[in-house]
Design a protein around this ligand. Structure first.
Ligand SMILES: [Fe+2]
Length: 510
């Protein structure tokens, strides 16, 4: 379709953009509207979502935008100088979705880099870089990607992302807590307000604050992201069927992420689980552990008191109910089917929360972390059966959420019922801290948990994965000091999993 045809369709409300009452031009903008940067994500072997949001005054409720649609041009090229443009188009950014722009482009070549930018003349964005995944039916030699999570603006700088950009991964997976709805612990940088967001306007301002961060913007402009959601993104334990707050959180989240699948304004469900296929090298099932889970408050009463931060309890009988689910029925079936049928070299599950068990012996009690799989044992067993029953593919689990680095060999779990022959690498946080009393409790309990081969609670960072046919290499990349905007990073530890062999060994990264 030519540009005129596209514009006519858009103006008639026939295109991707909804019908808007009035179109505004750049002359009505008070300043450069591209204050929040650009991003790409949700890539497949032939498609990508490009994102930006117009907001000349990013911390204002309306972003400083007029109550009108604004046409935005975009271009995609095969070179960084943008001289060989292969696609271009125009979309109308509308007030209903905070003047955010999501351009879903398909028909692209697999496994190649593209560059892109947006224009609202006379303003234009920096040039971003993105990359499609390897062709589905190809045999890629290698893939490099990262896992990030838990970026608390108030706890430190997002300096880890500068190092991630230097690592030049094919893509990044963010396992949630992209924003923090509340501040906790030390406040190093202040939020735009200390109030917990409840309305769409509140959540927009929180996301906008995060996206004014230079280092986060740079990462988004250089690396395509997949993004999952965790508790601090979308209001912990709100009832998804009724919570206006949660609906608001999801809307603002969509308005700031390079993703597809949003149901529309007012929808409180969001299709977020993804199957990331890297040719025949690896298949990554990226989970949504928040939208469909049965309540974690199941044992919250006087018989089962909280042993710290609302997150550690004994497990009452209800936890062991066979029907209890962390994923919800549909996602559960989707996941077990993927895991059981995978024929790739590596069969990977990326879970926002830790999968393998950890026993916190305290006061003569067996306490468990109630934020993740430890209070969904039946669901965990079903998933493990599918993952470990598949002999064609090497299983692996990647997770985050606990603001600390872990390397776990599930074969050494002491409790027979919870012993799984699988390796799990847990990423630390980009900046959120791990409160000292929790760090101490884990350390004290390491002797009860011989499956944990490595644990580092005091360093922030991310996981870097280098994947080949024979070896999976995971490096824990840790920044020295998260309160130093230019902090160097070091390789805390590197682990190698050899295909077809159990466990992993620690090496020096070459
Ligand atoms: Fe977190």
């Amino acid at each position: 379709m030519n540009r005129r045809g596209f514009l006519i369709r858009t103006l008639l409300g026939l295109g991707a953009a909804p019908l808007v009452a009035r179109l505004a031009s750049a002359s009505e903008l008070s300043a450069n509207p591209f204050s929040l940067g650009i991003a790409s994500g949700d890539v497949t072997d032939d498609s990508v979502v490009l994102w930006t949001r117009l907001a000349p005054e990013p911390l204002e409720a309306d972003g400083g935008m007029p109550d009108a649609g604004v046409p935005v041009q975009w271009e995609l090229a095969t070179d960084p100088a943008m001289s060989r443009v292969v696609r271009r188009g125009e979309v109308v950014a509308t007030p209903g979705l905070a003047h955010s722009v999501h351009v879903d482009i398909d028909g692209l070549e697999p496994g190649r880099e593209y560059w892109y930018r947006f224009v609202v003349a006379p303003y234009k964005t920096v040039t971003g870089r993105t990359k499609t995944l390897p062709q589905r039916d190809s045999q890629p030699e290698s893939v490099r990607f990262t896992i990030a999570s838990c970026q608390n603006y108030t706890h430190g700088f997002f300096v880890a992302y500068d190092h991630m950009v230097e690592d030049n991964p094919d893509f990044a997976i963010h396992l949630g807590d992209y924003i923090y709805d509340t501040s906790f612990g030390e406040t190093f940088r202040r939020h735009e307000t200390e109030k917990q967001p409840t309305s769409v306007a509140d959540f927009r301002r929180r996301h906008a604050l995060y996206r004014t961060d230079r280092q986060l913007q740079h990462a988004h402009a250089q690396i395509p992201f997949f993004t999952a959601i965790d508790n601090h993104d979308a209001v912990e334990d709100a009832d998804p069927a009724t919570s206006a707050q949660r609906t608001a959180a999801y809307q603002a989240w969509y308005e700031h992420m390079p993703v597809r699948g949003y149901g529309g304004i007012g929808e409180n469900h969001f299709d977020l689980h993804r199957l990331i296929v890297l040719g025949d090298l690896a298949q990554i099932s990226l989970l949504d552990g928040r939208q469909f889970r049965d309540g974690r408050e199941v044992c919250a009463n006087n018989d089962y008191p909280d042993y710290g931060f609302g997150n550690y309890r004994e497990r009452c009988d209800l936890v062991f109910d066979e029907t209890r689910s962390l994923l919800g029925e549909q996602q559960d079936q989707w996941l077990t089917r993927n895991l059981a049928n995978c024929t790739s070299t590596w069969n990977v599950m990326a879970s926002p929360g830790p999968f393998l068990p950890f026993r916190y012996a305290f006061d003569g009690k067996d306490l468990r972390y109630i934020g993740a799989w430890d209070i969904y044992p039946a669901n965990r067993a079903r998933v493990a059966d599918a993952l470990l029953g598949n002999r064609a593919s090497h299983p692996l689990i990647l997770s985050a959420d606990v603001h600390s680095f872990w390397a776990i060999d599930g074969r050494d779990t002491p409790d027979r019922d919870e012993r799984f022959d699988v390796t799990e690498f847990v990423s630390s946080s980009i900046s959120a801290n791990w409160p000292e009393p929790l760090a101490k409790r884990v350390t004290e309990n390491l002797p009860n948990n011989p499956q944990v081969k490595f644990y580092e609670p005091n360093r922030r960072g991310y996981l870097l994965h280098d994947v080949t046919k024979t070896e999976w290499k995971t490096t824990m990349r840790a920044v020295q000091d998260v309160q130093d905007e230019k902090s160097p990073a070091t390789d805390l530890a590197t682990f190698v999993v050899r295909r077809g062999e159990g466990g992993f060994r620690r090496i020096k990264r070459s």
